[in-house]
Ligand binder design. Structure first.
Ligand SMILES: CC(C)(COP(=O)(O)OP(=O)(O)OC[C@H]1O[C@@H](n2cnc3c(N)ncnc32)[C@H](O)[C@@H]1OP(=O)(O)O)[C@@H](O)C(=O)NCCC(=O)NCCS
Length: 208
């Protein structure tokens, strides 16, 4: 018998250097409806994503998210730039280990904002939250095999590739890469990073 995971607390607001992550709200629907339904965003996602995307896709999605948040099943954050907090640019979510699916996080970002390290920044903050605030022992994460950008976020986070398994994405049948981030390794990595000398600052000092 699988023990149901403990309900999550209310979704908190999280900040990073450049980003603010807030719980998704119905007012985010028009921006999601505009930014999300593009092939380059949806192609490697789970086929639960309706495709072609219906006109009420975003508002229905947010209703589902709000139910999941109210029942403590999942966290869903809107990603906004601190410099332009008026508009959502992507989303990230997190849910407890169900003991089977080996997947506990999802994310997407508008292509206009990709390739600047923003999702790694958001994923790092959410990972810190999972280990420090929720005290989870590990985080399973996964991506469709051809999704190099998503795999790269995992690599940048120090996730360990555990294996490959059959997976159907919106694009069709293929494989997914399954990764594990363990709390102990994550905390050790964070300690190492804070102990590492600030090379840029040292170089600046030498140049004085
Ligand atoms: C996955 C995704 C969220 C990454 O967002 P991002 O903000 O661009 O991520 P980052 O900038 O933090 O890191 C992306 C890394 O992937 C690399 N990358 C991007 N596209 C790539 C490609 N086609 N091939 C190889 N590497 C690629 C980037 O160079 C970067 O690595 P680097 O910093 O070492 O150069 C974004 O591509 C996305 O929204 N994709 C569509 C939705 C999706 O697939 N979500 C994940 C489902 S598992």
């Amino acid at each position: 018998m699988t023990i149901p995971p403990k309900p999550l607390p209310p979704t908190p607001v999280l900040e990073t250097k450049r980003l603010i992550l807030r719980p998704l709200v119905p007012a985010d629907a028009p921006v999601i409806q505009r930014r999300f339904p593009h092939w380059e965003i949806v192609r490697y996602l789970n086929p639960r994503v309706p495709w072609p995307y219906p006109a009420d896709g975003a508002i229905r999605f947010i209703e589902t998210c709000q139910g999941e948040m109210a029942r403590g099943e999942k966290h869903h954050w809107a990603i906004r730039l601190k410099d332009e907090p008026g508009e959502l640019i992507g989303s990230i979510n997190l849910w407890p280990d169900d003991g089977q699916s080996r997947d506990m996080r999802g994310f997407w970002l508008d292509p206009e904002f990709q390739g600047r390290g923003l999702m790694t920044e958001a994923a790092d903050r959410v990972t810190d939250y999972a280990f420090h605030d929720l005290d989870w022992p590990h985080l399973w994460v996964s991506n469709a095999e051809p999704n190099r950008a998503s795999a790269r976020v995992k690599e940048r986070q120090g996730a360990r590739l555990v294996g490959f398994e059959p997976f159907r994405s919106v694009s069709g049948d293929g494989r997914r890469m399954v990764w594990l981030i363990e709390k102990e390794a994550w905390l050790a990595r964070s300690t190492e990073a804070s102990a590492r000398p600030n090379i840029a600052a040292d170089e600046a000092k030498r140049g004085e």
